[in-house]
Design a protein around this ligand. Structure first.
Ligand SMILES: [Zn+2]
Length: 308
């Protein structure tokens, strides 16, 4: 793949003004793909991710256009709109088996997406869910996170299209090397890479065992330095970026979510309102001490601060 071999240049900060060159590419994309972009209500933030995500390709303008086109085709093929608005009959079960979701914010205001990969039981997942089911839930999650960030951008008047990811590997073992786990993960990574590029700000890998640490030590000399600088190992690193109150207890934080069941409690998917939205948990809908209605705010962190 040509882009994988291209030398990476430093990433453009999300909030950096759109450069003239970027604008030219955006204009080209809109000119060529206007009906499809309108059909899928593609935001400017999303387009800019494609422009910036493929900036190191030898032919960046053409590449960004191609990738947006590919993404739009993929959205038609898998029918993303339908996925977003469809409640899967086994959603509740899935959420207990594949625990993932948004939780709080970093000190610099980025949403934090936590994936408890080590807790997944590959055999049980395969017994209950097909790869299509798994992809259904993943797409729903990515769409809601994207819509949430678009909303944050509107409210703050500044672009927020990246998130911080915490991969919790507690429980990861040899069973996770089986194709039951690796195959759906490969599909997820592929979709994220090509259909949701440039969304990762920093990744924190926590509770990694010796196996993962060794694999990383072997692989890291071959990993691009810019990518490497955004991947952090170790639980203590988290607290350098995220306040304790914004982290669940299982990651060393002291958030006040009910039952400590943070991710299931806080990331309650709701029906799409056109943009998709993060719907708050029931407990956060009550008025807080200051009399504000927390549902009126979009910041996930407010949930954590307001709860008693
Ligand atoms: Zn919590």
């Amino acid at each position: 793949m040509s882009d994988a071999k291209a030398k990476k240049t430093p990433r453009v900060p999300e909030n950096a003004p759109v450069s003239e060159k970027e604008q030219q590419t955006l204009d080209l994309i809109v000119e060529k793909l206007k009906p499809q972009l309108e059909k899928h209500r593609t935001s400017q933030g999303t387009l800019l991710r494609f422009v910036r995500g493929f900036k190191d390709d030898p032919h960046p303008q053409q590449k960004s256009l191609e990738m947006v086109e590919m993404m739009l085709k993929w959205r038609d093929e898998v029918n993303v709109e339908k996925i977003v608005s469809t409640i899967h009959p086994k959603e509740a079960l899935f959420k207990t088996m594949w625990v993932t979701g948004l939780h709080g914010e970093t000190r610099d205001g980025h949403v934090v997406y936590i994936e408890r990969l080590g807790m997944i039981n590959p055999s049980k997942i395969q017994k209950e869910f097909t790869h299509d089911d798994i992809m259904h839930f993943h797409i729903q999650m990515m769409e809601r996170v994207t819509a949430y960030k678009d909303r944050l951008s509107d409210e703050r008047g500044q672009r927020v299209y990246k998130q911080v990811v915490i991969l919790d590997l507690k429980g990861l073992g040899l069973s996770h090397l089986s194709s039951k786990f690796i195959d759906p993960m490969k599909k997820i990574i592929h979709v994220d890479q090509f259909c949701y590029p440039e969304t990762l700000l920093q990744m924190f890998v926590v509770n990694a065992g010796l196996m993962v640490k060794t694999a990383w030590a072997l692989a890291s000399p071959f990993v691009d330095p810019i990518t490497k600088s955004n991947i952090h190992f170790g639980n203590d690193k988290l607290l350098q970026y995220i306040d304790k109150g914004q982290l669940p207890k299982f990651l060393g934080g002291d958030c006040r979510c009910k039952d400590g069941n943070c991710l299931i409690e806080n990331f309650v998917p709701g029906p799409s309102d056109g943009k998709g939205s993060l719907i708050r948990s029931d407990t956060s809908k009550s008025k807080n001490d200051s009399g504000d209605d927390p549902t009126a705010r979009s910041s996930l962190s407010a949930d954590h601060r307001d709860k008693k």
